[in-house]
Design a protein around this ligand. Structure first.
Ligand SMILES: CC(C)(COP(=O)(O)OP(=O)(O)OC[C@H]1O[C@@H](n2cnc3c(N)ncnc32)[C@H](O)[C@@H]1OP(=O)(O)O)[C@@H](O)C(=O)NCCC(=O)NCCS
Length: 151
């Protein structure tokens, strides 16, 4: 029996024993993880098959605004809509914590977010709290595309 085909994909917060796995997944996806603290990880969600972490997404929270970041899916599971579902899950989490407006910066995946109804905006139009994040200040170069969605 192929367990992988039977197990459903579930979405929930990062468990204490999963922090290193999440870090490794971000590194594998060439995404920055050096600034992640226990506090920031409170607003991260993982996708799981059984107990295996197969994807991650994070939100930095500045109600009513939020910064979506750290979206990555384990290679063998790409192309199956997991990222799209992670984006939906983090949007629901965002609403639960008072976030109504999500921004993000991306170098590689603008098309994916546009498929999820994000629209390109000028980077300078993002709120001050977001401009002050590491992602805006140092991690993402000027060539990154800024996207926004009201949720
Ligand atoms: C980008 C990434 C998260 C996509 O994960 P995924 O689970 O394969 O994506 P999905 O299957 O949910 O894709 C949903 C749709 O977006 C499209 N898409 C996926 N990645 C895309 C990309 N990088 N650029 C443009 N479109 C993309 C898919 O073709 C699919 O389109 P469809 O619904 O019309 O078939 C994954 O490739 C990854 O982890 N990459 C390395 C880390 C990274 O670059 N993260 C993005 C940082 S912002």
């Amino acid at each position: 029996m192929d367990l992988d085909k039977i197990l459903a994909v579930t979405f929930s917060g990062v468990r204490p024993g999963e922090v290193n796995t999440v870090m490794a997944l971000l590194e594998e996806g060439d995404l920055h993880s050096g600034d992640l603290s226990r506090e920031k990880l409170r607003h991260f969600l993982v996708a799981r098959k059984g107990d295996a972490v197969i994807g991650v997404v994070g939100l930095e929270v500045f109600p009513p605004h939020g910064l979506l970041r750290s979206l990555a899916v384990v290679e063998p599971y790409r192309g199956q809509g997991i990222a799209r579902r992670l984006i939906g899950a983090i949007e629901r989490h965002a609403r639960n914590v008072g976030v109504r407006s999500i921004y993000l910066l991306t170098l590689t995946a603008a098309g994916l977010f546009e498929k999820c109804a994000y629209r390109q905006v000028r980077r300078e139009s993002a709120p001050e709290d977001l401009q002050a994040t590491e992602e805006f200040k140092t991690i993402c170069p000027d060539s990154a595309i800024c996207l926004h969605k009201a949720v």
